[in-house]
Design a protein around this ligand. Structure first.
Ligand SMILES: Cc1ncc(COP(=O)(O)O)c(C=O)c1O
Length: 416
């Protein structure tokens, strides 16, 4: 029998998260059950128009994820076999996968370790007659130094494709990040500033690029019924596995590959579905609220940690980032392993976000044999990211802080 002393307080109220995705699930089920024709609903167009207006750009195209968005952006920019594209080794593998998928070659340029982003000063040394584009990646919320990068690209006749996957909703000098290149893209995937389980957005002011994408969209399929049901399943599992009582499942059932980063060289492009547009309902309000939640969580844990080891991150050009996750540099492999083990056991959400630089990722390293990127490689070995998303629990922030402070007292945390 339950008595007042044994009442279980729910650690995470799932109904809150369910309410976030309910409009999308309702729309998708209606789509599956009633129409079975999967015609793109007016919600998708309305979302694209609203997003273009929010960013002040002429064209917005929604697709199934950020990687697809980048692939389409590359194709529409006439980049293909024989071309070279410059990008950073400290990024998600998808940035580089998309380049290889269109038949081009990814050329890596090292980063500025204090800012985590491309060292723009090194780009010129990497240019050849085959170079066609530069893909700056704004990472964790930190932006690449765009003014000199765009200037160099203009001077050399190169396209700029901004990877704004992690900076949706951020501004710099009154301009939205993700509007500074010739063609730009965002991810609406898991853990992003705005998530529709999966999803991607392309933005451009260039009519020629938009026209090229539009002409290709007619050959691109919508999600079919089973893909749509799979999306719904993913939405539900993402909610479920946030429940602390179920944290053990992904580890105990590895074949489910829940939460795994899968480097899939053969991904299929799909149009954004009504389901995803439904998940994005009230997105401007959500985006604002989530941004404040992330700022509050960052502040909370910086004030709990009470230490000079945490920085108020800012980019080289003075941009104050809206951090997506909070990056912390720890000097000793042993330190972060103990934090990670504790985190895994208790489901705290501390991550080795990019445990190796792109040239070391096993699915990609054959493309970069013998190449070295000391700043990016060093950073990958030193960086942990702490969760600051809206659903993170304050007691988990406290626990992470305790672990962190223990390592500091052991003298193992790096200070820049
Ligand atoms: C920097 C960066 N680029 C590209 C992508 C790819 O986006 P998606 O996962 O939606 O395909 C991601 C996703 O995490 C990312 O973080």
């Amino acid at each position: 029998m339950t008595t007042s002393s044994t009442i279980q307080v729910p650690m995470n109220d799932l109904s809150i998260q369910y309410r976030e995705i309910k409009p999308g699930i309702d729309a998708a089920l209606a789509e599956v059950i009633e129409s079975c024709s999967f015609i793109l609903g007016p919600q998708v167009q309305a979302f694209e128009n609203a997003y273009a207006a929010y960013c002040g750009t002429d064209h917005c195209i929604g697709v199934s994820n950020g990687t697809d968005a980048l692939k389409l952006a590359l194709i529409a920019s006439d980049i293909g076999p024989g071309d070279e594209v410059i990008t950073t080794p400290h990024t998600f593998g998808a940035t580089v996968e998309a380049i290889f998928q269109v038949g081009a070659r990814a050329v890596l340029t090292d980063i500025e370790p204090d800012y985590f982003t491309l060292d723009v000063g090194q780009i010129e040394n990497k240019l050849t007659s085959q170079t066609k584009a530069i893909i700056p990646v704004h990472i964790y919320g930190q932006m690449t130094d765009m003014d000199p990068l765009v200037e160099l690209a203009r001077e050399k006749g190169l396209k700029v494709i901004e990877d704004a996957a992690q900076v949706l909703g951020s501004t710099w000098h009154g301009r939205r990040l993700g509007t500074l290149g010739d063609v730009n893209f965002f991810s609406l995937g898991r853990g992003k500033a705005l998530s529709t389980v999966e999803g991607g957005i392309i933005l451009t002011d260039r009519d020629d690029v938009a026209g090229s994408i539009d002409s290709r969209m007619t050959d691109i399929s919508k999600y079919n019924a089973s893909e749509l049901l799979n999306l719904i399943f993913k939405a539900l599992t993402l909610i479920l596995f946030q429940l602390p009582a179920l944290f053990w499942i992904p580890k105990a059932l590895p074949y489910l590959r829940v939460g795994d980063t899968i480097y899939d060289i053969h991904f299929k492009i799909r149009k954004l579905s009504t389901f995803q547009a439904g998940l994005a309902k009230n997105w401007i309000k959500k985006l604002k609220k989530f941004k404040l939640n992330r700022k509050d969580n960052s502040r909370n844990w910086v004030s709990l940690a009470k230490t000079d080891y945490l920085h108020n991150y800012c980019s080289k050009n003075g941009h104050i980032p809206d951090m997506l996750r909070y990056p912390v540099r720890v000097g000793e492999r042993n330190s972060w392993e103990s934090i990670l083990n504790e985190s895994e056991t208790h489901g705290l959400g501390v991550m080795l976000t990019y445990p190796t630089s792109i040239n070391g990722v096993c699915e990609l390293r054959r493309f970069f044999k013998g190449q070295q990127y000391p700043a990016a490689e060093g950073l990958s070995h030193q960086i942990l990211t702490f969760p600051i998303h809206p659903y993170v629990l304050q007691k988990d922030i406290k626990k992470i802080t305790e672990l962190f402070l223990k390592e500091i007292s052991n003298g193992k945390v790096y200070s820049r």
